[in-house]
Design a binder for this molecule. Structure first.
Ligand SMILES: [Zn+2]
Length: 82
């Protein structure tokens, strides 16, 4: 094991952490947690964050409790306005 190998491994880990965190932010997920996952698991974390679906934020209807998409102003279930 040379020093060069350790340096390359560290750069690789940091790069994976940065890319994983960037994808996580795009998907509305916790960037710090995913940065650490990328740091320790490298490509595995990168592939997982690339594959999991977008975390869509929703608002809860005050009348029926239905979770609605943010872009909709009217409840899907009962038609109550947000
Ligand atoms: Zn509703």
């Amino acid at each position: 094991m040379s020093d060069l190998f350790i340096v390359i491994a560290m750069i690789y880990s940091v790069l994976c952490a940065l890319i994983t965190a960037a994808i996580a932010v795009n998907k509305g997920r916790n960037n710090i947690a995913w940065a650490f996952a990328g740091l320790f698991f490298g490509l595995i974390a990168l592939v997982i964050i690339a594959l999991i679906p977008q975390h869509t934020q929703r608002w809860t209807c005050s009348k029926c409790g239905e979770k609605n998409k943010l872009k909709d102003d009217i409840c899907d279930n009962c038609g109550t306005k947000r």
